[in-house]
Design a protein around this ligand. Structure first.
Ligand SMILES: [Ca+2]
Ligand SMILES: [Ca+2]
Length: 311
């Protein structure tokens, strides 16, 4: 009996992607690949409000998609972006905010504001490296309540952060796809700015931010894992495998008309191979490609993994 585990674009777990919420729940998605635009479909684009936030595209300086936000601030000069329409959450609202961030080595211990509102001393998500405050993440609500998540001294490396508010006062943090903890108080929040969220200069982010997602619902662990692994609620995913024809596996995935996709396969989830005929144009909102297993010398494999990429 052959088994054909499903593999989405990067994630090794199809269940992680299959349980992602629908597009309607995604309020904003800033991939920072080429510009500061919102890719969620809501057109809530970011613009430079102060300083010179930039897109950085060198290898290692972004996580996914070819680019990240590079914010080069000092303790006396701040740099940040502003949403065209601020996002506001009441105490009973569910929300999830997830992002990758890397504080620049040698940053001041305060330089780590990620999102919030620059016009006040509340409303922030802050990657503080200040041992007298918090070394990790502090969320401060609109109601001026602090949620501290202690991690330890910053290592100037990329980390993935996901904060989940359940609408009943509980705020849970996941870091690098690992549950950190839950703190409880008021989870009101106003998100107006990216890379700065406090009314003094010293707190601007000095480093990179990538793949910022804002949802109006509390994502579950599988959805957070999918974000960590590089999938998103609006991107492609494998939707079906059909093994009903002997010697063939038909792989179906969600697609966007006009796009070209490449189906790749792997025997070990490490090395991925392309094959003749594996690059196809979208057939519509769903695309299916039947793979002749003999043609990729996989007719007698015990296990075979597939993933779909947009080259
Ligand atoms: Ca990116
Ligand atoms: Ca603030």
């Amino acid at each position: 009996m052959k088994r054909f585990p499903l593999v989405p674009t990067i994630a090794p777990l199809i269940l992680a992607v299959a349980t992602l919420p629908l597009r309607a729940d995604l309020l904003a998605y800033d991939p920072f690949d080429a510009d500061f635009n919102d890719a969620s479909g809501n057109d809530n684009h970011l613009t430079i409000a102060e300083g010179a936030p930039a897109i950085i595209t060198s290898a290692g300086d972004f996580i996914f998609g070819g680019g990240a936000l590079d914010n080069d601030s000092t303790v006396s000069d701040r740099a940040f972006l502003e949403l065209s329409t601020p996002l506001t959450f009441a105490a009973g609202d569910t929300w999830t905010i997830a992002f990758w961030a890397r504080r620049r080595a040698g940053s001041d211990q305060r330089q780590g504001m990620v999102v919030g509102d620059v016009n006040n001393t509340t409303d922030f998500i802050w990657l503080s490296d200040n041992p007298t405050q918090v070394q990790g993440l502090r969320f401060r609500s609109t109601d001026n309540t602090n949620f501290n998540f202690e991690i330890g001294a910053d290592d100037a490396q990329w980390h993935h952060w996901a904060l989940v508010a359940d609408g009943t006062g509980n705020l849970s943090l996941y870091r690098d796809n690992t549950f950190v903890g839950t703190e409880s108080s008021t989870t009101t929040f106003s998100l107006r700015n990216v890379a700065q969220a406090y009314n003094t200069n010293v707190h601007s982010m000095n480093g990179q931010i990538d793949e910022l997602y804002v949802y109006n619902e509390a994502l579950d662990e599988a959805a957070i894992e999918a974000l960590f692994l590089g999938a998103s609620a609006t991107e492609l995913r494998i939707t079906a495998l059909d093994l009903s024809t002997a010697g063939t596996v038909a792989v179906s995935w969600s697609s966007t008309p006009g796009e070209t996709y490449e189906l790749r396969y792997s025997r070990d989830l490490q090395d991925w191979s392309s094959f003749d005929g594996g690059s196809v144009e979208a057939a519509g909102e769903s695309t299916t490609l039947a793979v002749d297993l003999a043609s990729i010398e996989a007719a007698s494999e015990e296990r075979l993994f597939f993933r779909v990429v947009k080259p």
